[in-house]
Design a protein around this ligand. Structure first.
Ligand code: ZN
Length: 288
């Protein structure tokens, strides 16, 4: 059950070739249940755990996701790195449908989503200037290039609330603000992974141009679904390749994100908070 690498995406992802020893693990967390069971397996000799972001049969809206439970569950499994895959719209001409973007920045346009493990008597502020793990992102970009994908090594992902797509005015504004792709889920995952000292990077799979594009109105559901299927297959290949290339030890600073982040004096942190968050903060604030 112990896993070193977490993978979040569509439920089709764990039908990939080369997975052995598949096992379903149902976890509960102090924040409630994750989106569904984790599927643990061995891939390229590494222990991985998959989670279908929107639950079995895609039942959960982005705003309904229990991001804390999803990330905490990975922490409980021992995961140190998370590779995420998700569909996005493109805000620029040269990021075309079927391209893959590995964003290096996020911009938050969500509303009222819980995006922290802290509070309740424990104040902590992690650095988030560079919201994805540079080391993991570079591995994913190189793997994507080597398997022949059209990949862009940077970009700003604007995370909108949804579930409806943008208005034309919003889409045009996001372009004017310099954003590159638009999605509804990745920002909270990145933020909570950072708090949990887990590396995070995402493969953003471009399914279509957002509504700013003059050709947008001629896009059919069939075209989007076709692109999603092709993208999911590319994502499987890239994920397997990235997993196979990961060095055993991390060379980045994600694993020390909380080292100087906790402000509350240890004797003032409530015992129940220390206990609840022990998998995350235990090495800094032991329970006894
Ligand atoms: Zn890292």
């Amino acid at each position: 059950m112990h896993s070193e690498i977490g993978i979040i995406g569509g439920s089709g992802l764990y039908d990939m070739e080369g997975l052995t020893g598949r096992q379903e693990v149902t976890l509960d967390t102090p924040f409630g249940p994750p989106s569904g069971p984790y599927v643990t397996a061995t891939l390229r000799g590494r222990r991985v755990a998959f989670l279908a972001r929107h639950g079995a049969g895609h039942r959960l809206l982005p705003g309904e996701l229990n991001f804390r439970a999803n990330i905490f569950g990975f922490k409980l499994l021992g995961v140190e790195r998370i590779l995420s895959a998700s569909a996005v719209g493109s805000l620029r001409d040269d990021y075309k449908p079927l391209d893959i973007v590995v964003p290096d920045q996020f911009f938050d346009r969500t509303k009222g989503r819980i995006s922290t493990f802290f509070g309740g008597g424990l104040a902590a502020h992690v650095g988030f200037a560079h919201p994805v793990c540079g080391e993991l992102a570079a591995l994913a970009v190189a793997a994507a290039r080597d398997v022949g994908a059209r990949v862009h090594a940077s970009g700003t992902y604007v995370c909108m609330e949804g579930p409806a797509f943008s208005t034309l005015a919003e889409s045009k504004t996001y372009r004017a603000w310099g954003f590159d792709i638009i999605g509804m889920t990745n920002l909270q995952e990145a933020k909570l992974a950072r708090e949990a000292e887990i590396c995070y990077t995402t493969l953003a799979l471009v399914t279509d141009y957002d509504c700013w594009h003059p050709g947008h109105d001629s896009v059919t559901v069939d075209m989007i679904i076709g692109n999603l299927v092709a993208n999911a297959s590319a994502a499987q290949t890239i994920i397997a390749e990235t997993v196979g290339r990961m060095p055993a030890a991390r060379g980045c600073t994600c694993g020390r994100a909380l080292e100087h982040a906790i402000i509350t004096r240890p004797e003032h942190v409530p015992a129940d908070v220390k206990k609840t968050l022990a998998p995350i903060i235990g090495k800094y604030l032991p329970t006894s």
